[in-house]
Design a protein around this ligand. Structure first.
Ligand code: SAM
Ligand code: SF4
Length: 473
């Protein structure tokens, strides 16, 4: 087959269906890989150009050991060269698990009578946020089922309530959302509350597979969901997150879907997604879902590396659904954000419960290290845990793109801000041993910066030590 890169059968028109399954399968069935071709594609990505569908399919089809190594090494190099050794930390906060949909894979589905339903009251929410602030969290994602009770006003009120909680030196500086798709008016309401990213995962980009897993409720409408983030853009939310639930359909198709979705948003709105998520299905309450599409750990690693190369300037999120050892490994291939100290049972940050009762959770998580354990281990690997929210609060949107394309941006802004937020954490929340280790990592990373910036950062660290907070460049 003769490919014309990016020649889509379905044109990019805002709010229109843009996935053509036949086209994706054509690419997957016909893109031939050779060692030279794989090397060329990896080099294209390393020269800061995003890949087209044909190139992505070629990497997916490159399954021989040498090519897989080339892809993984390329992704590692890209991550190291472009993003450096920072990793952004956040925590999910489940606000309500009522749901009128019936997604086969999810513990919250309406037909699951075993699930204990709960919506946090304003008072509960404040307590949860206080408990998260006491741990040192600064960035949260609020998570909701899809239910009439969780209206745009309700979501906006939850965001405002979260921002208003200040305990000691604690505060939440960025509130992201993972909730049902809204209409344009709804998104405007939520935007006014000052949200960070609005995430909607397509779950599977394959329309027939989608039908199999979504019975009844609004979520059964594939196109309503596919165009969710077009509506967010139309409402002025230019910071959106996409995702696919890996295990519903062939992961190779989902990678192509994620890249196609990225291209669509770039073509229509001149801005791609801020983040991409790729959760794998985990055990959930009353879940009886055998899946022939399960992606092994090895496939998962390869998938992350291919995505990193395909969309070099998009943030990539890896959650506590995956076990600690695998997370530590996958991070190297391009992940930029992880959650830490995660609890997904409603109200469990306040009651300090372990994630044990699956009938009170959406699914089972596999990494229940505390935030400090995670920070400690990142420091052992010479990484800088970061709570930075500077770009979003200064209106510097498209920060990943800037990190990627503006020479010196990382050393001027990202590393200094990561260091300052780490210093705050070390002074306010870390046990002594973590503080000492963290200060050594800060010292080491300061040396990589220009003398002027080093001086500016050191002055700010001294101010933090004196009690100033929220200093950034
Ligand atoms: N109710 C909203 C929706 O469906 O868009 C909010 C999302 S839901 C609370 C968050 C995400 O969790 C879903 O989009 C899905 O990808 C993921 N999820 C659902 N069930 C899961 C499972 N069993 N294992 C892992 N992830 C799951
Ligand atoms: Fe409801 Fe979302 Fe779970 Fe589907 S994935 S059942 S919409 S909470």
């Amino acid at each position: 087959m003769q490919f014309t890169p990016e020649k889509y059968r379905i044109p990019d028109i805002p709010m229109q269906q843009f996935i053509d399954s036949d086209e994706i399968w054509d690419y997957l069935n016909s893109s031939l890989s050779s060692a030279d071709r794989v090397r060329d594609i990896v080099n294209k990505s390393l020269s800061k150009k995003r890949l087209n569908l044909e190139e992505t399919a070629t990497l997916i089809n490159a399954t021989d050991t040498a090519s897989v190594e080339l892809i993984k090494e390329g992704a590692k190099l890209l991550k190291r060269n472009i993003y450096g050794n920072r990793i952004v930390l956040f925590a999910p906060l489940y606000v309500g698990n009522k749901c009128s949909n019936n997604c086969v894979y999810c513990g919250f589905r309406a037909s699951n009578k075993a699930q204990v339903r709960k919506t946090l009251s304003n008072e509960d929410l404040v307590k949860e946020v206080e408990a998260l602030e006491d741990e040192g969290q600064k960035r949260l994602i609020l998570v909701f089922g899809e239910h009439a009770e969780y209206s745009p006003e309700f979501i906006a009120d939850s965001v405002r309530a979260t921002y208003s909680v200040k305990k000691g030196n604690g505060e939440i500086r960025r509130v992201n959302i993972n909730a049902a798709p809204l209409d344009i008016e709804g998104y405007k309401t939520v935007k006014e509350a000052g949200i960070g990213t609005y995430q909607v995962f397509q779950e599977t980009y394959h329309p027939d597979a989608y039908k199999k897993y979504h019975h009844g409720g609004r979520k059964a409408d594939y196109k309503w969901r596919l165009t969710a983030l077009d509506r967010a853009q139309e409402a002025g939310i230019d910071d959106v997150g996409i995702g696919a639930l890996i295990g519903l359909y062939d992961w190779r198709f989902e990678v192509m879907g994620l890249v196609r979705h990225t291209n669509h948003l770039e073509a229509c709105y001149n801005v791609g997604p801020h983040t991409i998520s790729f959760p794998r299905i985990k055990d959930a309450s009353s879940l009886h879902m055998g899946s022939s599409y399960f992606a092994s750990d090895e496939d998962f690693l390869r998938m992350v590396a291919i995505l990193r190369l395909a969309v070099p300037y998009t943030g990539m999120i890896l959650t506590a659904r995956e076990p600690a050892a695998l997370r530590d490994e996958v991070i190297q291939y391009g992940v930029s954000q992880i959650d830490g100290g995660t609890k997904i049972e409603l109200g469990s940050y306040t009651f300090k419960e372990k994630n044990e009762n699956i009938d009170r959770s959406q699914f089972r998580i596999n990494d229940d290290r505390s935030l400090n354990d995670i920070i400690d281990e990142l420091l052992d690997q010479d990484m800088i845990p970061s709570f930075c929210t500077a770009c979003y609060r200064l209106g510097r949107t498209g920060e990943h793109f800037m990190e990627f394309s503006v020479p010196g941006f990382i050393k001027r802004f990202c590393t200094p801000n990561a260091i300052l937020t780490l210093a705050e954490y070390l002074f306010d929340y870390a046990p002594e041993q973590t503080r000492e280790k963290g200060m050594m990592v800060i010292e080491k990373n300061l040396k990589e910066l220009s003398v002027n910036i080093q001086e500016e950062v050191k002055k700010k660290i001294a101010r933090i030590e004196q009690g100033d907070r929220d200093l950034f460049f």
